[in-house]
Structures are given as structure tokens and as C-alpha cells.
Design a binder for this molecule. Structure first.
Ligand SMILES: N[C@@H](CCC(=O)N[C@@H](CS)C(=O)NCC(=O)O)C(=O)O
Length: 220
């Protein structure tokens, strides 16, 4: 299924992913590549000391970036949808325009709305771009926990995030939720059994286990 080129019997891997192991966005693209059975090489980016080779392909300095032959693509959602079009099996965007819209809506909501508190916490606690402020930490943590409450309610009635199957929406939420739970220790404010069950369903996938950062193979 993959589109590697052959030169006199030597296989040239055509896909290079600029990734940081613990970045939830990069993890999503690694999951998609595994789901699709596509061979790829990774370039591990040090986000606190970005390498020149990385900055050359990523003008905004964000991971992930994927180089496929002569095409360079940034933004996890764009990379993942490109992979879906290039390698349609197994389908991860749902069936038909209505399901695809539901999958995209869930990802857009996660990336541009629900994840905002995490970006703020990362800026303060990981990059040190903002001075540590306990009231901001508390406020942003509470916002994230409210999202988890919404998810708990959703997964009480639904097995998956956007459709009735595992989709790109689930593989987008999972790394973000897990990295936040382990990295920022958020989500331990109350029991959320339906969310825990969903996490176990996602975790059962080979692609998720194969791409997990060390220590992130099981839920905390
Ligand atoms: N919207 C982007 C977000 C990517 C992102 O925020 N990546 C973070 C690491 S998880 C990053 O590269 N940060 C580097 C920086 O802020 O300098 C996507 O979906 O790919």
C-alpha cells in the first residue's frame, strides 16, 4: 500500500516526519502513519533547542512537519488528512460527508478551542515564556477539567468521539488527553469512568501502542 520508491533494489523511504516524541500533535501523525502501514523515518526535534534542519522545513518552528518526496506539509490536521487521501485504507475520516464533517468538527473544537488552556499551561510550565502564576494555572486547569466533564458525558452514551467507529477524532484526542494527564497531571480531580473506558478502547489499538512515548503505554 505504501508508495516507497525502489532504486536498484534499495528501498528509499519517501516520508520523513519531524516529530517530538512527547508532542501530542506529532504523536497523532505517527499514529496515522502506523494505521496506514506506511513506512516513515522520524527526525526527533528538540523543542527547547530547535535544530537548523528542522527550522528549514518549519518556518513557524512547530512540530509536526512531514516531508513526502518534494512536498512539505505542516499542521497535524493537514498532514493527517493528506495521509488519508494518499493512503485511503483503513479509512479514518468516517463514511461520507456527514461523518467527515463530524470528525473535522471534533478535531477543530479540540485544536482551536478546548486545547487553549493547554497551550497556556505549556507556555508557562514547559517553555517558560510566561511568568508562573498560580491563579492562571488554576483557571486554565479548571477549563480543561470542564472539557473532560463534557467528554465523560459524551462517552457515557457513545463509544467514540465523532462517529460510531474509531476515527481521526479519537486518535487526535487521545494523545492530548494522555499527555495532559501524565505531563500536567490534569484530570485527577474526579472519577470519569466513561472517559477511562474510551481511553482503554483507543489504547487497545496496535498503532497507538507502537507509537507511544515511553511511560505513556498505559493510562496513569
Ligand atoms: N496546530 C499545530 C500545533 C502544533 C504544536 O503546537 N506543536 C508544539 C509542540 S506540541 C510545538 O511545536 N511547539 C514549539 C513552540 O511553541 O515553539 C498542529 O496541529 O500541528
Amino acid at each position: 500500500m505504501s508508495r516507497e520508491r525502489c532504486h536498484y533494489g534499495l528501498r528509499v523511504v519517501a516520508i520523513k516526519l519531524y516529530s517530538t516524541t512527547y508532542c501530542p500533535y506529532a504523536w497523532r501523525s505517527r499514529i496515522v502513519l502506523h494505521e496506514k502501514g506506511v513506512e516513515f523515518e522520524t527526525f526527533e526535534v528538540d523543542l527547547r533547542d530547535k535544530q537548523e534542519d528542522f527550522l528549514e522545513v518549519s518556518p513557524r518552528g512547530l512540530v509536526p512537519v512531514m516531508v513526502h518526496d518534494d512536498t512539505t506539509i505542516a499542521e497535524s490536521m493537514t498532514i493527517n488528512e493528506y495521509l488519508e487521501e494518499f493512503y485511503p485504507e483503513p479509512p479514518l475520516m468516517g463514511d461520507g460527508p456527514i461523518e467527515r464533517a463530524a470528525v473535522r468538527s471534533a478535531i477543530v473544537d479540540l485544536n482551536f478551542n478546548r486545547s487553549r488552556p493547554l497551550a497556556r499551561l505549556a507556555s508557562m510550565l514547559f517553555y517558560g515564556r510566561e511568568k508562573r502564576d498560580e491563579s492562571v494555572i488554576e483557571q486554565q486547569s479548571a477549563r480543561w477539567n470542564r472539557y473532560l466533564d463534557d467528554l465523560e458525558q459524551h462517552f457515557s452514551d457513545n463509544e467514540w468521539l465523532a462517529t460510531d467507529k474509531f476515527s481521526m477524532a479519537d486518535l487526535s484526542l487521545y494523545p492530548t488527553e494522555l499527555v495532559t494527564r501524565i505531563g500536567f497531571q490534569l484530570g485527577g480531580d474526579r472519577e470519569r469512568p466513561a472517559l477511562d473506558s474510551w481511553r482503554e478502547r483507543v489504547q487497545a489499538r496496535e498503532s497507538v501502542q507502537a507509537t507511544a512515548p515511553e511511560g505513556f503505554g498505559t493510562a496513569a
